[in-house]
Design a binder for this molecule. Sequence first.
Ligand code: F6R
Length: 263
Amino acid sequence: MKIVVLPRPSDVAAFAARRIASDLRTTPTGTLGLATGSSPVGVYRELALMVQAGELDVSRMRGFALDEYVGIPREHPQSYARVIERDVVVPLGMEPGLVAVPDGRAADLAAAAAHYESALREAGGIDVQILGIGANGHIGFNEPGSAVTSRTRAVELAESTLAANARFFADESEVPRRALTQGIATILDARAIVLVAQGEGKAEAIRQLVDGAVSTQWPATALRSHPDTLVVIDDAAASALDHGTRSRLASEDGRRPGEPGEP
Ligand code: F6R
């Protein structure tokens, strides 16, 4: 796992997008794994600018969303199907028919989960998976306690996740309590993973990811066994790392802490 600490959220977005774009250029008909939430929004914006400038073409790439709320209408502005369409498919010029989101409205959620896993397999797996991280260390909606062997399935969201997601909804009673999410094992199947985190609210989760014991209590720590994971964070998200860890990361990276560079 490689960790890069940069001063500002905008640096995180630009650095992560450059790395993702350089991977995507080698697999123009490959598959991109798509996180939602606020963390990757800047990354998608940077990628869209590259597409507009003619530096990147993702029109033949497949996309798979990480997760979807259960029970929310597809047309709801906060359904992940709509968010992916608005923030990713349209601005990046992806082909809508090539982008899949788990079906959180299915009557049979177990069948929808199995269908998603087989669609991922048939597509040949994910080349680059974009991830955010929850303040409680979740990746996708794999909340604390999720098995490292977990696959796509319906889950209950943790209370802290419900509280964090409430900002996207007008009324607290509207916040979905369940989701259909790729499992930890599904995420670890991706050939490359780029996780972005910004802000002090993520600092403890990042400390656990970088320096804590590998534990299902902090689901993101499973990424430590993945051969190609890049973690790009801003100073605020790095603020709980001790000084020794920050110096070690900077010297491994050959840059001073916070100095931007090539991915
Ligand atoms: C979103 C997802 C979640 C978010 C996480 C952070 O598809 O799977 O794991 O990445 O909850 O959310 P934000 O980025 O809104 O802080």
